[in-house]
Design a protein around this ligand. Structure first.
Ligand code: GMT
Length: 374
């Protein structure tokens, strides 16, 4: 199949999932065309099977806001015509599914079905803004198929949007060959001494991720044991986190690594991953850590309990309860037997339910269905 994939190319889980999906599909012989404003995150290089089409938005003094949605629709239409695409798969409803709707209409009478995958904030935040709700609901209902990345998000979409369209659940996935325990091969020694435990946080540092809570949790842990904290990623709350680290005199123990591509190498240096978000529709970072055999301490929110089993792969704690999160992290960090058992369980959970070889065929059969129908 020839598939056009659109996503936000920035550092967010939806862009990561879209990119990994494209790479996996290409490895299975499909031709993938990324249509996006920049080369998507974690996409290393284009190849015969994988092409990248940059959406350029014309600027003009009259335009207060450059019309990205229209530029994307035009690009989707052109790529579909020139490359003979079979379908479009857009990640994140706003505005991608609106652009896909326009491209599909422009191409008539040729068929160009589109699939919309909902990732979370497109429904819970953006779509829930009353002014965006009608157009989000419209573009979801107009999609030839809609998927949500967890049962939680599937239910929220059905209940709050009251969409007529069926919303299927296809969970996020991880490449279990790339994300796997490093067996002592990681660069742990560059970050921490032998006697120090390593905590990690991976996100886009948006307010919903509660980055300041990560620093609070580490502060409480650091009072009890020698430890280092790896902060992987970047975003709006990095500045406040850096300020907190200075205030709490933790600068020697907290390492801000910024945006990174080979995150598996860094996760593998950690003894526990912290994900104290206010909301996660899935929690991709937790799954990536589990696939590496690293236990997690996460908020019990949204779709996270569908991925992480409390007391088995790590711990689930009410959001903002930093004291309990620190206590749970310490429980893991001070008990090597528990740490290893939880790491093994997490790896097994990732292996049995969320590896790409289990999930990609679900997308393939969905594509075949939408190409063959409507
Ligand atoms: O979390 C964000 O900041 C945005 C969003 C994105 O576009 O990356 O993340 C969502 O999609 C991820 C991939 O499917 C999920 O793992 C995240 O849980 C989800 N975030 C929220 O629901 C807050």
């Amino acid at each position: 199949m020839k598939i056009g994939i659109t996503c936000y190319p920035t550092y967010g889980g939806s862009g990561v999932v879209a990119t990994e999906l494209g790479l996996e599909l290409a490895a299975r012989g499909h031709e993938i065309h990324f249509i996006s404003s920049a080369m998507p995150v974690r996409m290393t290089a284009a190849s015969e099977q994988i092409r990248f089409h940059e959406v350029e938005v014309m600027d003009y003094p009259l335009f207060d806001h450059p019309p990205y949605t229209l530029a994307l629709a035009s690009k989707m239409h052109n790529v579909a015509m020139n490359e003979g695409l079979d379908l479009l798969h857009v990640h994140y409803a706003i505005p991608h599914s609106v652009s896909a709707y326009l491209a599909r209409a422009m191409l008539r009478p040729r068929r160009l079905p589109f699939v919309t995958t909902l990732h979370g904030t497109d429904v819970t935040l953006v779509g829930a803004d009353r002014s965006y709700l009608p157009i989000t609901r419209f573009s979801i209902e107009e999609s030839d198929a809609v998927t949500a990345i967890s049962h939680y998000l599937q239910k929220v979409t059905r209940d709050e949007f009251e969409v007529r369209q069926e919303v299927e659940m296809i969970p996020n996935f991880v490449n279990c060959d790339v994300f796997q325990p490093a067996d002592g091969e990681c660069r742990r020694g560059t970050f921490a001494r032998e006697d120090e435990r390593v905590l990690a946080h991976l996100s886009n540092f948006r307010p919903v991720k509660r980055v300041p809570d990560v620093i609070e949790i580490f502060h409480l842990v650091r009072r009890e044991i020698p430890a280092k904290l790896l902060m992987i990623g970047d975003g709006p709350d990095r500045a406040i986190a850096e300020w907190m680290v200075r205030e709490k005199r933790l600068s020697a123990d907290v390492i801000f690594l910024g945006k990174q591509n080979q995150v598996q190498d860094l996760i593998n240096c950690a003894d526990v991953l912290l994900l104290p978000s206010d909301l996660e529709s899935f929690g991709l970072a937790a799954l990536e850590a589990m696939a590496c055999g690293v236990p997690v301490v996460c908020s019990r929110v949204g779709g996270v309990p569908e991925v992480v089993r409390d007391g088995v792969d790590g711990f689930l704690v009410p959001p903002r309860d930093v004291k309990t999160m620190a206590a749970k992290a310490l429980e893991i960090l001070t008990d090597p037997v528990k740490r290893e058992a939880m790491g093994r369980a997490g790896r097994q959970q990732a292996n049995s339910r969320f590896c790409s070889d289990k999930i990609i065929p679900l997308y393939e059969s969905l594509y075949r269905r939408v190409i063959g129908t409507r």
